[in-house]
Design a protein around this ligand. Structure first.
Ligand SMILES: [Zn+2]
Length: 104
C-alpha cells in the first residue's frame, strides 16, 4: 500500500465497474471484478487511514468532510501516542492504554 491516495482506487474502481457495462458481456465480468477490487482497496485504505492517527495531519487537507476530526488542532508529541478510545496519552512503546486498557 504505497503512496496512492485511496480516492484514486475508488475512482478507478468506480470507472472500471460501471464503465464495464458499456463493454461486451465477455469482458464485463473481468472488468467488473477488477473495478470491484479497486473499490475494495480504496475502501480498505480509507478505513485504515481513518484509524491511522500518525498520517492524519498529512492528509488533513484532502480529508472528506464526513469523517470527524478526532483531534482538531492538537499538537502531536512524536514520543506520545493517544488512545483511540479515551484519548489518553500513553508511551509510544506501550501496547495497551494505561487508562482504559484499549489496544493502542
Ligand atoms: Zn484508553
Amino acid at each position: 500500500m504505497a503512496k496512492l491516495h485511496w480516492i484514486v482506487f475508488v475512482i478507478v474502481g468506480f470507472i472500471l465497474t460501471f464503465g464495464s457495462w458499456r463493454i461486451s458481456m465477455e469482458r464485463f465480468v473481468l472488468f467488473f471484478y477488477a473495478g470491484f477490487v479497486f473499490l475494495l482497496i480504496g475502501i480498505v485504505k480509507l478505513i485504515y487511514r481513518s484509524r491511522s492517527e500518525e498520517s492524519k495531519r498529512i492528509e488533513s487537507r484532502t480529508r472528506p468532510a464526513h469523517i470527524p476530526n478526532k483531534m482538531p488542532n492538537k499538537p502531536m508529541n512524536p514520543h506520545i501516542k493517544y488512545c483511540q478510545r479515551c484519548r489518553a496519552p500513553s508511551r509510544i512503546n506501550a501496547n495497551f492504554c494505561s487508562n482504559c486498557g484499549n489496544r493502542v
